[in-house]
Ligand binder design. Structure first.
Ligand SMILES: Nc1nc2c(ncn2[C@@H]2O[C@H](COP(=O)(O)OP(=O)(O)OP(=O)(O)O)[C@@H](O)[C@H]2O)c(=O)[nH]1
Ligand SMILES: [Mg+2]
Length: 710
């Protein structure tokens, strides 16, 4: 394969709603460029892009596929991104490394959830967008409806550059405003002819509006437009390219990917109007804010935006070049961890087929294998420019947590390794080994994402795994003062054990004066790892307990604080005053006082009106305004307190405080209440007392679980 120079490279991501036809489009693109000589279909399980076992099984995309086509002397790198919302981690990564998002819209359904998500990421990353209204051959295709929705959702920058003449069954013609021609499709061929009289006026009107709009992207072009009242084809292309790059204009084009209609023209359009990697106004930046201008003569900067594991090849690292060249056998430095790496091969990808090339040039997207320690978000440079660390991809925060456990404890290690693997290659998963909950918690983007993980366990790792709701990190505390004493006395053979502790415990609150009914001789304040405080006061007078036993008593109390008396949860916010006790001249030791301290604390705790506290989260739920009522009712059913709401455009954001215990699987409920359009964020707010009925239920459940264990 020839080595393409930066100005002849275009990078696009096919994004948008699930099943909009992205993979089918990618296939047609490869076909039109002669990369393949037969178009596969998703249903026929023979596309370049949906090649992974899970994709063949499910018949939809799960991961982004890197492929390419060659068209009009240009290499167009294509990232075919899955459309389901649960795979938006793939979307985040893809839109970071391309010059344009080609948003595929199903003409039968218009703007879908996936269209909106794609737009959201593109806006955040300042990625230019093109809309392609696909499925125009389908009986229920409605181009005008789709366009109206696009304008409605994404504003007046959405500009029709092509419209279908005969959408629906029998579709084969499109009027192209930029080419100023009628396009007629016949099999895989396209003919251009003059626009028929019936559409000539409409097309001319649209073309003039487009010329005016596009000319606004550049002062010089604007002047020319004023002078001549029009732009030449070349000037219009220049203007369009600038306007698209600046996100001043989102073109709308027409296709039937399935019938390969309009796809060749789309490729030509991309080649002419999407900026080359070194032409973009908003260049990629390093962490220090330095612009990476895709200069082939500069030292190498290659950014790992994706990695995966191949059965035969091991780890595959996908790299986007932001400067310089990357050649076979080149030595590079991982500028994130400073490790030395050798790039043994540079591979051009077409799905699972990879072709060795001698080198790649700035702007290109390639992959390599056998790197030692290069992970997603790492940068490869030369020893001269290790300061160049490309700013990281921000992956979406997981919103659906589950506890994961091997069904058979012999598999614990294997399951742990598999989870680690999954979270390494999919950064929109999170993994936490929670000491507190005594569970391994996996965070996913939703039910479908979790099902994907389950699929891997079942079919790839072949491990039986149980997924359950995560435990809730409750806290225990007391609400009134109480006193208790405990004497630990044991006589076994020779030396015995003796320790007696009397204590008064009180609820602690921030800013409370440190005084109690007993004189305090010494006070220690311990901020607890799990939040809240323990204040430990030594109020012993007359030496009834030696100061040297105090640490042992504290240790005993701490043990009980770590596994609270009510439900085994962490206890917090308690003042303990040790005011009396007894020692034995021979039998008193640290163990005895630890036990006495622990037991006295447990007894006092029970008498001090103990309460369970639960974590409360600040929840912000953004939903289409029409579903706001249902979402609010649902939140109230979750014991949430709705604090307010703000409307923005078609959406309303509800702000609430909600107990974590009620938010399990919230993303699934929200999805069904809003047809998948709702989003939410949750951040920890505080610990609050649970209502009495909830406390009763929790105590009962803990007791039952304890009995079961016995
Ligand atoms: N009639 C018609 N069907 C199409 C067209 N494009 C795609 N399809 C069909 O729509 C279905 C989904 O197509 P895909 O290419 O898998 O869609 P996708 O956008 O890649 O889907 P995800 O990867 O799941 O987001 C398949 O059955 C395709 O054959 C089209 O232009 N016309
Ligand atoms: Mg797909």
């Amino acid at each position: 394969m020839k080595i393409y120079q930066t100005s002849d490279i275009r990078n696009i991501a096919l994004v948008g709603g699930a099943k909009a036809g992205k993979t089918t489009m990618a296939e047609a693109m490869a076909f039109n460029g002669g990369v393949i000589n037969r178009r596969g279909t998703v249903d026929g399980k023979n596309t370049i892009s949906d090649y992974r076992d899970i994709e063949l099984d499910r018949k939809y995309s799960v991961e982004t596929t890197l492929m390419y086509t060659e068209f009009g002397g240009k290499k167009i790198n294509i990232l075919d991104v899955p459309g389901f919302a649960d795979y938006q981690g793939e979307l985040a990564a893809a839109l970071n490394v391309v010059e344009a998002a080609v948003v595929v819209v199903n003409a039968q359904s218009g703007v879908e959830v996936g269209t909106e998500i794609a737009n959201r990421y593109a806006a955040k990353l300042n990625t230019p967008m093109l809309f392609v209204v696909n499925h125009l051959d389908a009986e229920k295709a409605n181009f005008d409806d789709s366009v109206n929705q696009l304008k409605d959702f994404f504003g007046s920058k959405c500009t029709v550059l092509q419209f279908p003449v005969n959408q629906g069954l029998g579709f084969n013609q499109v009027v192209d405003i930029v080419a100023n021609k009628l396009l007629t499709f016949n099999g895989d061929k396209m003919e251009m002819s003059d626009i028929p009289a019936a559409f000539a006026d409409k097309a001319e009107e649209m073309r003039m509006a487009l010329v005016e709009e596009a000319a606004a992207a550049d002062d010089e072009l604007m002047e020319k437009y004023f002078e001549n009242g029009d732009l030449t084809a070349d000037e219009l292309t220049k203007a369009l390219k600038l306007a698209i790059d600046k996100r001043d204009l989102f073109p709308i084009l027409c296709t039937s990917a399935k019938e390969n209609m309009g796809v060749a023209r789309l490729l030509e359009f991309i080649g002419q109007n999407v900026p080359a990697p070194n032409e973009v106004a908003d260049a990629k930046k390093t962490k220090d804010g330095k612009e990476l201008k895709c200069d082939a003569a500069a030292p190498t900067v290659a950014f790992a935006f994706k990695s995966s594991k191949d059965k035969n090849l091991g780890e595959i690292t996908y790299l986007r070049l932001y400067n310089g060249e990357l050649a076979e056998s080149q030595d590079v430095i991982n500028s994130v961890n400073q490790s030395k790496e050798r790039v043994s091969q540079v591979l051009v990808c077409s799905g699972k087929d990879r072709q060795r090339v001698e080198k790649a040039v700035a702007g290109d997207i390639v992959c390599t294998i056998k790197l030692k320690d290069v992970k997603i978000n790492h940068t490869l440079t030369t020893p001269k420019n290790t300061d160049d660390v490309v700013s990281e991809i921000e992956f979406p925060t997981p919103i659906y947590q589950v506890a994961v456990k091997a069904a058979n404890s012999n598999d614990d290690e294997k399951v742990g390794a598999a989870l680690k693997d999954l979270a390494t290659y999919d950064r929109s998963l999170s993994l936490e080994n929670s000491r507190e909950l005594r569970q391994v918690i996996l965070g996913t983007q939703g039910e479908l994402h979790l099902n994907t993980v389950k699929w891997y366990f079942e079919n790839q790792y072949k491990l039986a795994v149980n997924f359950t709701a995560p435990n809730i990190p409750y806290r225990e505390t007391i609400t009134k003062s109480a006193e208790a004493m405990y004497r630990h006395k044991k006589q076994s053979g020779g030396s015995g054990q003796f320790g007696e502790v009397h204590m008064l415990i009180e609820p602690y609150y921030d800013g409370m004066p440190n005084q109690t009914k007993y004189p305090i001789r010494d006070t220690q304040e311990y901020p607890l790892e799990w939040g809240g405080k323990l204040v430990f006061n030594n109020c012993i007078v007359g030496g009834s307990i030696d100061a040297r036993f105090m640490p042992a008593i504290l240790k005993g109390i701490m043990e009980k604080m770590e596994q609270g008396p009510l439900t085994g949860s962490y206890a917090r916010d308690i003042v303990v005053n040790i005011y009396d006790g007894k020692m034995h001249p021979v039998d008193s030791n640290e163990t005895a006082f630890k036990i006495a301290g622990r037991t006295a604390f447990r007894e006092a705790f029970k008498l001090a009106a103990p309460k369970i506290k639960e974590p409360i989260y600040d929840v912000a739920v953004t939903v289409p305004t029409e579903s706001q009522g249902g979402v609010m009712t649902d939140l109230q059913g979750r014991r949430a307190m709705v604090l307010g709401m703000d409307a923005e455009g078609k959406y309303t954001t509800l702000r609430a405080k909600a107990p974590l215990a009620e938010m399990n699987r919230y993303c699934t409920a929200l999805s069904s209440l809003t047809s998948g359009r709702g989003t939410f964020t949750m951040t920890f707010s505080s610990y609050e007392l649970v209502p009495t009925d909830v406390q009763q239920a929790l105590l009962k459940a803990y007791e039952e679980a304890a009995n079961e264990e016995e």
